[in-house]
Design a binder for this molecule. Structure first.
Ligand code: SF4
Ligand code: SF4
Length: 325
């Protein structure tokens, strides 16, 4: 097993920049952790889930679909594969979900142009907010950085992950990892029980429309919940005209906005805030469960942290369980 001390992380990640476009959490001057190049600052792997949606590295807020100049189609030069370190184990579940979403039916070439060949490193151990313990992913990534409170234990899973780990000098951290693995299984997740119970009530149609109208009264349509959610995949399309070219982009959409499903005729199947709020929660807890066999919320905690009026998915699920169980 290999280890890296925190002070050597920046040098470690910079060592892969010839081969990969490396993205790691880095502290901004405002004190926020965002994905950036390791050249931009020392990696801030500790601190728990990034506030921003981590899947945006593969599905950015605005993304080029097609670009046409006077000579015809313009082709972007192919970039290096991504090496992204900083997904929490729950973020990995979100990534797995949207991988499947974008592969289903018409495979999304734009998404997979970044996702294919990308190396993913999870972060766990005593690396949560305020040093809290984050259970290990158990292998749903190429490699994992597990913080034992002093050093990062590097656990490779895939062959590419093993090649990365092989560049770290030999060490012996097996005992420390064994102790952490023991701890990994012991976490009880109360929020998981809440959203499962809310999902069941929604699937059994136990939640009346008037409930959604009352929750929606709190929504100020800031779209924060959708913007941070790693499993939100809705987007709209926008054309941009420049002096030398025309570009078509896709841009994230939000089901909390009035125009989300409005049709050209003016008819809007989600014409009230209550219906849109129902859609946001019902889609993840019931519709996706029916379509994909699993709830598409993996409790990353972002929407509950982002919603300024306290109606993130766990908060609303709690209300559902309290009122309709
Ligand atoms: S907790 Fe909220 S932001 Fe995170 S996956 Fe669930 S719905 Fe999305
Ligand atoms: S974050 Fe809260 S207030 Fe903002 S759109 Fe979402 S539910 Fe509404």
């Amino acid at each position: 097993m290999k280890t890296v001390i925190p002070d050597r992380l920046q040098e470690f990640f910079i060592g892969f920049t010839d081969e990969f476009e490396v993205k790691v959490p880095v502290l901004t001057t405002e004190g926020e952790r965002v994905f950036a190049s390791p050249f931009d600052g020392p990696p801030a792997l500790s601190g728990g889930a990034l506030a921003a949606k981590p899947t945006a590295v593969f599905f950015p807020q605005q993304d080029g679909v097609i670009s046409i100049g006077s000579e015809g189609l313009l082709h972007a030069s192919s970039a290096k594969p991504l090496f992204v370190a900083g997904f929490t184990p729950r973020d990995l579940l979100c990534l797995r979900f949207i991988d499947r979403f974008f592969a289903e039916g018409y495979r999304d070439d734009i998404y997979f142009s970044r996702r294919k060949g990308a190396l993913i490193a999870a972060v766990s151990g005593f690396s949560g907010a305020s040093g809290g313990f984050v259970p290990l992913s158990g292998g749903a990534c190429d490699l994992e950085f597990v913080f034992d409170g002093a050093v990062w234990i590097v656990v490779p899973y895939s062959e590419p992950g093993k090649r990365i780990a092989a560049r770290i000098p030999d060490d012996a951290a097996d005992d420390a990892l064994a102790a952490l693995l023991e701890k990994s299984g012991g976490c009880v997740d109360e929020d998981a029980a809440i959203i499962q119970a809310a999902s069941k009530l929604l699937l059994n149609e136990m939640v009346p429309d008037r409930f959604w109208d009352s929750v929606a009264e709190s929504c100020i349509q800031c779209t924060g919940c959708n913007l941070v959610c790693p499993t939100c995949t809705c987007f709209g399309v926008q054309d941009w005209r420049y002096p030398d070219r025309v570009e078509r982009s896709r841009m994230w959409d939000s089901c909390q906005l009035e125009g989300f499903m409005r049709e050209a005729s003016g008819h809007n199947p989600l014409g009230t805030e209550g219906l849109r709020t129902r859609r946001r929660i019902h889609h993840k807890l019931a519709a996706d469960r029916t379509k994909w066999g699993e709830i598409s919320c993996f409790l990353c905690g972002r929407c509950d942290a982002a919603c300024p009026t306290g109606i993130g998915i766990v908060a609303v699920s709690r209300m559902i369980v309290e009122r309709f169980s």
